[in-house]
Design a protein around this ligand. Structure first.
Ligand code: AMP
Length: 214
């Protein structure tokens, strides 16, 4: 199975990806995670990426696509199946992804688009917490850790993403509406689009996804 998870920030792509990884053993390619890794390097590029992410702006198509294409051509078991989370974010990225997947004879099967109201997204993002070590996702109200500040899975330190504050969230939403939402039409024209209501709890989203992927 070869999937793209599409939808605004905070809609639950990461949570759904964790579930699909477990259920279908798909590889998970999150460009946000890949870029956060780059920012840990104290290099000019790492600092530039960090600045853009903190503003809620997109990193250049060229850089992100280069990271993804490298992964497709050298680091991905194509037989196992995979899902992209947070990529593509522009029509140009979507076109370049299609071209790269065509070169390895592994076109996308479907694009799951998660949709939710702005207030739901804001609530999810301002309450989101992440494990610094293993990336496990939590929410202060809906999925708190058993011990405050400590990951249930690996004991790692829990932190709040620098871009999960109200000001940056609004900027990210604007970027999504302007640059990313047009991808929905792009995939609809390919008849690959499946729309899902993500205003509901994660368990309900999973049921809807299972029905779509059957
Ligand atoms: P995410 O973890 O997917 O919410 O991404 C966090 C941030 O990383 C975004 O706000 C962008 O600054 C950057 N980013 C992630 N994926 C992409 C992408 N496909 N294209 C451009 N920037 C990206």
């Amino acid at each position: 199975m070869r999937i793209v998870l599409l939808g605004p920030p905070g809609v639950g792509k990461g949570t759904l990806a964790d579930h699909l990884k477990e259920k279908y053993h798909l590889a998970h390619i999150s460009t946000g995670d890949m870029l956060r890794e780059e920012t840990k390097k104290d290099s000019p590029l790492g600092r530039e990426i960090k600045g853009l992410m903190e503003k809620g702006a997109l990193v250049s198509d060229e850089l992100v696509t280069r990271l993804v294409v490298q992964k497709i051509e050298h680091g991905l078991d194509l037989k196992r199946g995979f899902m992209f989370d947070g990529f593509p974010r522009t029509v140009k990225q979507a076109q370049d992804l299609d071209a790269a997947l065509e070169r390895v004879h592994a076109p996308l099967d479907c694009v799951l688009t998660l949709e939710a109201d702005f207030n739901v997204l804001l609530d999810r993002m301002t309450g989101r917490r992440v494990c610094r070590k293993c990336g496990a996702l939590y929410h202060v109200t809906y999925k708190p850790t058993a011990r405050e500040g400590i990951c249930d899975v690996c004991g790692g330190e829990i932190y709040q993403r620098a871009d999960d504050n109200e000001k940056t969230i609004k900027a990210r939403m604007e970027v999504y509406n302007k640059s990313t939402a047009p991808i929905i039409d792009y995939y609809a024209q390919q008849n690959k689009l499946k729309k899902l209501n993500a205003n509901v709890e994660a368990a309900e989203v999973r049921l809807a996804v299972a029905a779509v992927l059957k």
